[in-house]
Ligand binder design. Structure first.
Ligand code: S3P
Length: 169
């Protein structure tokens, strides 16, 4: 059984910030599937979406998880917000370790990602409608994948980190 901490959740839910803080407070190295994909492709996620499309990106996410399964243990793994949309990824996430779902309200996402240009799926008018739609589509998938769900809207990064460490056995 692999023993990574796996972070899932919507864009803006704090996976990267929380993951980096976990790295500081433990001896676990932080890795991020989006960063691995950008390094592998040699370009930004937004360019991958524009040049090659979302389906191509989702294939890379699946490949990345398989690679992590072959190579990675005792790390903190942060994932892209849409990783659960390929249901084949859910058992892979679970095999990697304990899966923590950082749950967040649509309003909080919009507040945090105001002016953000790095998320191709949220570009354009009426972010709230887009966020609500994507969350409705994904809600059950996040819950299926999660071993532990944390409602993060009113928690500090430190509080979230503490909950994760208390629940990571
Ligand atoms: C996506 C989330 C992003 C990134 C890509 C698609 C999504 O990651 O993988 O833009 O479908 O929710 P973050 O959750 O780190 O923003």
């Amino acid at each position: 059984m692999m023993k990574n901490i796996v972070l899932i959740g919507f864009m803006g839910s704090g996976k990267t910030t929380v993951g980096k803080s976990l790295e500081e407070k433990t001896d676990m190295v932080f890795v991020d599937t989006d960063e691995l994909i950008e390094a592998y492709e040699g370009c930004k996620i937004s360019d991958i979406f524009t040049d090659k499309g979302e389906t191509y990106f989702r294939r890379l996410e699946n490949e990345t998880l398989k690679n992590l399964l072959a190579t990675t243990d005792n790390k903190v793994i942060s994932t892209g917000g849409g990783i659960v949309t390929n249901q084949a990824n859910i058992p892979l996430l679970k095999q990697l370790g304990k899966v923590f779902y950082l749950r967040i309200k649509p309003e909080t996402v919009v507040e945090r990602l105001e002016g953000d240009k790095t998320r191709p799926l949220l570009i354009g008018e009426d972010k709230l409608v887009k966020v609500e739609q994507l969350m409705t589509d994904r809600k059950e998938l996040y819950e299926m994948a999660a071993d532990k769900t944390i409602d993060t809207d009113y928690l500090s990064v430190n509080e979230i980190v503490d909950i994760i460490l208390e629940n990571f056995t």
